[in-house]
Ligand binder design. Sequence first.
Ligand SMILES: [Ca+2]
Ligand SMILES: [Ca+2]
Ligand SMILES: [Ca+2]
Ligand SMILES: [Ca+2]
Length: 314
Amino acid sequence: MKYALAGILLIVAPIGVAAQEATFTTGLATEINPGLFDCGPGTRPSAVGEITSDDGTVWTVPAATNYGTVPFAADLFNECGGDQLGSSAEIDLDSVPLMDAGGSEEFTAYIFADNYFELYVNGTLIAVDEVPFTKFNSNLVRFTADRPVTLAIMMVDWEENLGLGSEDNRGKAFHPGDGGLVAHIQDAKGQTVAITDDTWRAQTFYTSPLNDRSCLVVDGPSRDSSACSQEGVDNATGYSAAHWTVPSDWMMPSFDDSVWPAASTFSNDTVGVKNKKAFTNFEDLFDTPGADADFIWSSNLVLDNLVLLRKTVE
Ligand SMILES: [Ca+2]
Ligand SMILES: [Ca+2]
Ligand SMILES: [Ca+2]
Ligand SMILES: [Ca+2]
């Protein structure tokens, strides 16, 4: 009997590791920070909250970040008191700080993030987004690294209703907003090294708002909320959120991201960037002929709010 039981455990354990079940919270979080950054009137506060799940775990929402602990990424376009370049022709690379990711080859990453990013290169956090919520901004980051280069980006679709992945928008107090990341990484000669596309890996760690927990289907690495409603409503205070623990080594080159799903890709129209100068002023970088970067995210652009993305460049 003992031998038979041991055999069963050996088969079951690896599957159990891959399919980490969600932990759920209900309702609004308690605000612990009224805003990481203030962009002034007409913008949304980048508040942070805490909420305890059914199993007693305390979660930071929309995410625990490293805001303020490392340099901000340089601006392409930042209407919150930063640089507002009219086009890529105005970029002065020599004026952009060169961050050290432990190597000697020089690279530049051009990034438009909805809404907040933290960029790790070969396991080192080298820059974060100064504007966590609105207005929409875009950035560039210069760095040195040795190949293979592991790019690991933490993305947060920020929220106004803390813990419920939503904002007062389009006539609804609880309108679920969307996310999205587009990036183009070049070498020192301006040649494309990587663009965001479906060769990246993506995983969600916070999915909200959920009007019905059973609509979320967790199967192995798949955290599929496509059956969940994305409707804005007047009152979602009884809605739920799903949380998963972020692996402490998720950004390291040694982390095995082959268990994560491939990133999903989204069009400019789906993300809605036509009216955002932070994107349109740099279409030659984000829609480069022959190297047209896609918007990427996990499978649900709207309900997945904390998304980790990875790509290793040889
Ligand atoms: Ca931002
Ligand atoms: Ca958003
Ligand atoms: Ca594009
Ligand atoms: Ca969202």
